[in-house]
Design a protein. Structure first.
Length: 188
């Protein structure tokens, strides 16, 4: 499981992709909440981890809001040299693919803190269980105060894809059912 590897450093990933971008430059409240959780997580790491000097933040997003988020983090006291921007990712799966490319060459990969809305937990679980086995990854869920229909539309774009593990599990369950039916036939 995730306890198998010793970690060296910390990586905070703030997921801030906006599917329904508006033209205004103001950050919406739900992104401000993610910034707040990112700052809280950063402060906890700085106060409690021995490897705090190896902490990096990646803001995953698109458009002008990413620069605004970066500026807000700097304004709150985070050194701009430890903040990176990932504007190439469009989904959670692509985000973790990019992170995996970055950390899999390291002997002791960092502890990853993934900050995202709570409704992304299912997607997160499916990706972490298949792609990031053996890595220490922690989900930091943030409440999303947008209207339900807006969240549902965005959630549909992030729906977890059924991977190889799903089909393996399905085939295994079918084989077990067949074996049990053979051993214990239903007699009517």
């Amino acid at each position: 499981m995730s306890e198998n590897r010793f970690t060296d450093g910390n990586l905070i990933v703030m997921y801030a992709i906006r599917k329904n971008r508006s033209t205004d430059e103001m950050l919406p409240d739900y992104l401000k909440e993610r910034i707040k959780i990112c700052l809280d997580t950063f402060r906890i790491i700085m106060q409690s981890k021995a490897d705090k000097h190896k902490t990096f933040i990646i803001v995953v997003g698109n458009g002008k809001s990413v620069q605004t988020i970066r500026e807000e983090l700097v304004k709150q006291g985070i050194d701009e040299r430890i903040i990176a921007i990932d504007s190439s990712s469009e989904t959670v799966a692509q985000t973790f693919d990019n992170i995996l490319k970055m950390i899999n060459t390291r002997l002791n990969p960092p502890h990853i803190y993934f900050i995202a809305p709570v409704w992304l937990k299912d997607v997160y679980d499916s990706i972490v269980s298949s792609k990031l086995k053996g890595y220490k990854v922690q989900f930091e869920g943030v409440l999303d105060n947008r209207p339900v229909n807006e969240v549902e539309n965005e959630k549909a774009l992030e729906a977890p894809k059924k991977g190889v593990e799903h089909y393996k599990r399905k085939a295994k369950n079918k084989a077990i059912d067949m074996l049990l039916n053979y051993i214990f036939p239903e007699e009517k």
